[in-house]
Each structure stands twice: as structure tokens, then as C-alpha cells.
Design a protein around this ligand. Structure first.
Ligand SMILES: [Fe+2]
Ligand SMILES: [Fe+2]
Length: 372
């Protein structure tokens, strides 16, 4: 009998159920969107798995065992599937621009979830360190469920991302393990902050909940929270990772992750209008939460209230919008616009990156619980 990915106990089982669903259903357009590799679209990563496998978690053993036990207890098993709370979605009646942006949101979220799944699954497969492989197996299980659930929602609209095809054909970007830590830690924590902010907003304004998937975001973000905790503990095993020159790398990743989110969200005005969310407010809210959380392990946070911050984000977003427009046009004028908007985007990023960061003393105890 076929189980649903939500009930699957392992990543392999979860992916098999998605594969079975895919066989009956394919949507090339959605998969093509997921295949895109630009600065703004979710990527797939690969790393030095041997180096990761050699991590010794002894210095954080107590917290580690507690976290693993919590993940093993699997509080969200069975959660990620449609039930009686799943309202009917009128895809055909949806305003076309909203439909386009919302589909784009779902496809990009599905790709991002699956990107985590692929990386974690590969680490589990290649490793021999029992602590590490156990953690990565548990995280891959969660991400497979998340990606599977989004695909369930997409199928109702007549599209779906072919996850098997992506695994084989999407380009993999190599990152050294320490960059994987910074990037993945941040994407898990910012993912938590994004999901919980939308969830709380819609709790207060249910009239804006135009799709049932948002009802699932609370438990969802708790998974991402735990994943972030795991990366915080991994980084804690080696104090060098969060000191010295690496603090500059941390600043780089914070700036890149925050500004990417800002630019990407501003590409979806109709989506945010339907949610009743001002994307500038939302960005500031998510950055504030993520910064507060990341104080657990990073010795700096970005000064998001600095006068240059919002200005830099707007400049970056405008340069990106001009670049996107010029990419659809031909001729010497468009070529020139492409060049100048790339230069403007780079200058805006440098302006953001050079804002002095705020420093603080990192707490002795790393572990946090979801509090928003
Ligand atoms: Fe996830
Ligand atoms: Fe995650």
C-alpha cells in the first residue's frame, strides 16, 4: 500500500510516494522554473562530505542528544497532508497576477525545501559518523515531507515539480562545509521567521488567508527551527567558525540572505497584497526575528535600522528589476541597461555590506526554543 509522504518515516519512503504521484502527473513548466539557477532562485548544494563527517559533537553532547531525541520523537509525523482543514481552492477564479505570483512562490518554496532534502540526504548516504548521519537523515525526512506537501498543493493547480528530475539534472553548487553551515543555518532560521510571521499575521487577519497551506505553517516552522538549532550546535563544536576572519564571512552571508529575500519578495506584489502584508514591513519583521535568533551563535548582527540599510535594499531591488526587464529585450540599449544595472546592483550590495555591524557577547548556552 502507498503511504503519504507526511507519514513516511524516512526520506527514501517520502520520496518514493512523491515519485509515484509524479508518474501519474507531470508538469514541465513548473520543473523548468525549478531548474533555473540565478542569484535569486534556490540552488542545490554539494560539499566536502568527508570533512562534515569528521565533525565530533562531543563538546555539545548534552544539547545534541536532547535535540536528536526531540527530532526522533517526530511530533510532526502525519501533519503534512491535506485533511478536513484543507479548504477548497478556486484556482480558476484566482486573479491571474496573484495566481502567477503564488505559483511562483510555491514552486520556489518547493525547490528550496527540496534543496535541503537533497543535501541532507547525500550527507546521510556518504557519512559514517553515527551522530552526523542520524541528524542528516532526520532533517532530510522533514524536508522531503515539506517539499511533498507543497507539490500536493501545486498538483491541485495542475502543476508539480518533478523532484526526481531535479535531483539528476539541476546544477549543484559546491560550498565548503563552513559556508554550508552559515548559509544553511541562516536559511533554516529565516525560513522559521518567514513562516511564523505569516502564520501569526493570518491568525489575526484570517480574511487574508487565500489558500489553506498557510494553516500548516506553525508546525512547519518548528521543523525549520530545529534544523537551525542543529547547525548552531555544529558550528559551536569549533569556535574558529564564528571568530576572526570568519566573522566577515558571516556578515557576507547575512547580507546576501537578507537582501536576496528582499529582492525576491518585492517581485511578488500581488501575492503580498492578497496576504495583506506590506513587503517592507514583512522584511523588517523577518530580519529582526532572524537577527535575534542568530545572536545565539553569530557574534554580530546587521544594523537593519541604519539609514543606509533600507536605501541600499531599494537600490538593489530597483537595479534587479531593471536588469530583469533588460534581459527580455534585445538591442544595444538593452545591453547597456544590463551592464549598468549589474553595476548598480553590485554597488548597492557593497553599500549594504559595508554598514558597520552590531556586536554582542554570544551566550554560553546555545539552545533556543521557538518563541514567536
Ligand atoms: Fe523545510
Ligand atoms: Fe529545514
Amino acid at each position: 500500500m502507498n503511504v503519504h509522504s507526511a507519514d513516511a518515516l524516512t526520506v527514501e519512503e517520502a520520496l518514493a510516494t512523491q515519485e509515484a504521484a509524479q508518474e501519474k502527473f507531470d508538469s514541465e513548466a513548473a520543473t523548468q522554473v525549478a531548474m533555473q539557477d540565478t542569484l535569486l532562485t534556490p540552488r542545490f548544494y554539494t560539499t566536502d562530505f568527508d570533512e562534515l563527517d569528521a565533525v565530533d559533537v562531543t563538546p555539545v553532547r548534552e544539547d545534541w542528544d536532547k535535540l536528536i531525541a526531540q527530532m526522533q520523537s517526530d511530533p510532526n509525523r502525519g501533519h503534512f497532508k491535506k485533511n478536513e482543514n484543507w479548504d477548497h481552492v478556486d484556482w480558476d477564479g484566482m486573479e491571474p497576477q496573484l495566481k502567477k505570483e503564488f505559483l511562483d512562490f510555491l514552486i520556489s518554496s518547493c525547490t528550496a525545501e527540496f534543496s535541503g532534502c537533497v543535501l541532507y540526504k547525500e550527507m546521510k548516504r556518504r557519512g559514517s559518523n553515527a551522530d552526523i548521519t542520524q541528524l542528516f537523515q532526520l532533517m532530510a525526512r522533514d524536508e522531503a515531507r515539506h517539499a511533498g506537501f507543497i507539490n500536493d498543493a501545486l498538483r491541485e493547480a495542475g502543476v508539480a515539480v518533478n523532484l526526481g528530475f531535479l535531483t539528476q539534472k539541476k546544477k549543484y553548487t559546491y560550498f565548503r562545509p563552513k559556508f554550508i553551515y552559515y548559509a544553511t543555518y541562516l536559511s533554516e532560521k529565516i525560513g522559521y521567521a518567514r513562516y511564523i510571521t505569516i502564520f501569526r499575521h493570518l491568525e489575526a487577519h484570517p480574511e487574508h488567508r487565500f489558500h489553506p497551506i498557510f494553516k500548516w505553517f506553525e508546525e512547519w516552522c518548528n521543523d525549520e527551527f530545529s534544523h537551525g538549532e542543529a547547525f548552531a550546535l555544529l558550528m559551536k563544536t569549533d569556535p574558529k567558525l564564528t571568530s576572526g576572519i570568519n566573522v566577515l564571512w558571516i556578515k557576507f552571508f547575512l547580507t546576501a540572505v537578507y537582501s536576496t529575500m528582499y529582492v525576491r519578495d518585492h517581485q511578488r506584489p500581488a501575492f503580498h497584497k492578497a496576504l495583506g502584508v506590506d513587503p517592507d514591513w514583512y522584511a523588517h519583521e523577518v530580519f529582526t526575528k532572524t537577527s535575534k535568533l542568530s545572536e545565539q551563535i553569530f557574534p554580530i548582527t546587521l544594523d537593519i535600522d541604519h539609514p543606509r540599510w533600507q536605501r541600499g535594499l531599494v537600490r538593489l531591488q530597483k537595479a534587479n528589476a531593471d536588469l530583469a526587464r533588460a534581459k527580455t529585450e534585445t538591442g544595444i540599449g538593452a545591453a547597456l541597461t544590463r551592464l549598468t544595472s549589474q553595476a548598480r546592483a553590485a554597488a548597492a550590495f557593497v553599500s549594504l555590506f559595508t554598514i558597520p555591524a552590531k556586536t554582542h557577547r554570544v551566550p554560553a548556552t546555545t539552545r533556543l526554543e521557538p518563541a514567536y
